[in-house]
Design a protein around this ligand. Structure first.
Ligand SMILES: [Fe+2]
Ligand SMILES: [Fe+2]
Length: 332
């Protein structure tokens, strides 16, 4: 085993993302002390087999790292091995969905935490395609989805949750397959502009003052610009990033649009964005349960949402929610 200092950046990886079928190989390291990393497995097949054997035996109790330059290979490997899990009829769809969710979070965490190149987002496109397959096979609905989502309010977790909710909504209202994918993708990328805002502000443990809020608000325009500059995203995705803080009756930002001036996909994204934020605990507020959240959204916040889409959202959340509509809706 050779030792290397941290002159090159090392990134923590999740070994559970790796499984047979990945097709790429890269060196894997463990940290020997605060400065040094030691190669644990090289790209040689016998070493890679050692890692896979460990995985199968479930004997993993330490952190593993790769060199920064291998990140893209790593995520390529992760998505390829995810594909082989997806193609395995013996793996339950709930397990598949959970794995896809975890890899999606890994991709978004990398993007937000290390301000990685936007190239890393290419992996998220493949992952979202697999998520669409899971959702259309399982018809898990929001109840099933709530069992796999975590609620830690990291931007990467929130992003994946919103993508997943958008996609679940699109599946339940039977939008065409391609629209569902774009909706999920836009949901996952709606806050990418936050990667350009001061991280201390994004992760601030408390309420924002007015000046801080103004600084955060630029993330929607920045996000739309970033995605447009990448030249590979459809208008739906760009609009979701740029318009998800617009309000149905006006008064939102950045443009103060209202009604149908706001893209339908952004109006859907707004509902899912607020739903995830309200149902997540933060240092200064508790997480609301579904009923409290929907009551708040249909009462105090009613002007923010497209009432027809909000009603549809409540309907597709499941039969237990349908009685709610007769009490709290119609909204207008
Ligand atoms: Fe946002
Ligand atoms: Fe958001």
């Amino acid at each position: 085993m050779s030792s290397e200092t941290a002159s090159k950046s090392f990134r923590p990886i999740n070994l559970e993302f790796l499984a047979k079928g990945g097709g790429e190989s890269f060196d894997i390291f463990i940290q020997s002390d605060s400065e040094n990393f030691v190669k644990f497995a090289s790209t040689e097949p016998k070493h890679q087999d050692k890692v896979l054997r460990l995985l199968e035996e479930g004997e993993i109790d330490q952190d593993f790292f790769i060199k920064e330059e291998d990140l893209f290979k790593y995520y390529h490997f992760a998505t390829q091995s995810l594909r082989s899990v997806m193609d395995n009829p013996d793996v339950p769809v709930k397990t598949k969905t959970k794995k896809v969710y975890e890899v999606s979070k890994g991709v978004m965490k990398e993007f937000f935490s290390y301000n990685a190149s936007s190239k890393i987002l290419e992996s998220s496109e493949e992952v979202m395609e697999m998520m669409e397959e899971c959702l259309s096979t399982a018809d898990a609905g929001f109840a099933g989805i709530s069992q796999i989502t975590s609620k830690d309010y990291y931007t990467h977790t929130h992003s994946v949750n919103v993508g997943l909710y958008c996609m679940t909504f699109g599946t339940k209202v039977r939008l065409p397959k391609e629209d569902v994918k774009q909706l999920g993708f836009g949901g996952m990328l709606h806050d990418v502009g936050k990667s350009k805002v001061d991280a201390d502000l994004i992760n601030k443990n408390g309420r924002l003052n007015e000046e801080e809020f103004e600084r955060i608000k630029v993330h929607s325009s920045l996000g739309a610009e970033m995605l447009a500059d990448m030249c590979c995203y459809k208008d739906i995705v760009i609009a979701m990033a740029g318009q998800h803080h617009e309000k149905y009756k006006g008064g939102g930002y950045p443009q103060g649009l209202s009604g149908d001036e706001i893209s339908m996909h952004a109006r859907i994204c707004k509902i899912m964005d607020v739903y995830d934020a309200l149902t997540t605990r933060r240092s200064y507020k508790k997480a609301l349960n579904t009923m409290e959240t929907l009551t708040l959204m249909t009462r105090q916040m009613a002007d923010d949402f497209d009432p027809k889409l909000l009603e549809l959202f409540i309907k597709v959340k499941g039969p237990t929610m349908t009685w709610f509509i007769s009490f709290f809706l119609p909204l207008n």
